[in-house]
Design a protein around this ligand. Structure first.
Ligand code: SF4
Ligand code: SF4
Length: 149
């Protein structure tokens, strides 16, 4: 079943990329699948509609759970980042307050790889943030705020 749900998640991602104006080859490259599979997806062939419904339910979960479920279904971290980033429901404003001590814990914890340290202060690339709030919850100085836009 997870394999079928993975197909559902890739289908949803392919449709979003198509809506963004990407061609089939680019979508295939992004998702590391062959172009004919993308063509099947976009033409609604070889797909289980139940799996798409389950995939939609997963993308509707709270961001942290959406990320966790996708991690359980798909093994490739790069693909997980792409799927979660493209299918997430909201964008996020990310704030790092001056109380940051530059410990680097959030850098290590962020699965989306959108935090780096600059001059001993965390910097977050908001457009890659999926809103999982792991950094906000684990920061020892409560310096991070993740706000849904
Ligand atoms: S975990 Fe908190 S204190 Fe540590 S680098 Fe990140 S924001 Fe700064
Ligand atoms: S909420 Fe924090 S840990 Fe989660 S993706 Fe955004 S920056 Fe990374």
């Amino acid at each position: 079943m997870p394999k079928h749900i993975a197909s559902g998640l890739k289908y949803l991602t392919a449709v979003k990329l198509k809506e963004q104006g990407q061609n089939q080859q680019k979508i295939a490259d992004e998702l590391d699948i062959d172009r004919s599979t993308v063509s099947h997806y976009l033409n609604g062939r070889n797909l289980s509609w139940n799996s798409i419904d389950v995939a939609k339910t997963i993308t509707d979960l709270e961001p942290k759970d959406f990320l966790k479920m996708t991690q359980a279904i798909i093994q490739n971290p790069e693909q997980i980042r792409k799927i979660v980033n493209i299918c997430k429901k909201n964008e996020y404003e990310t704030i790092v307050e001056d109380s940051c001590i530059g410990c680097g814990l959030c850098v290590d914890l962020c699965f989306m790889k959108c935090i780096k340290l600059d001059s001993l202060k965390a910097q977050i690339t908001s457009r890659h943030c999926c809103g999982c709030q792991t950094c906000e919850n684990e920061c020892p100085t409560n310096s991070i705020k993740i706000l849904e836009i």
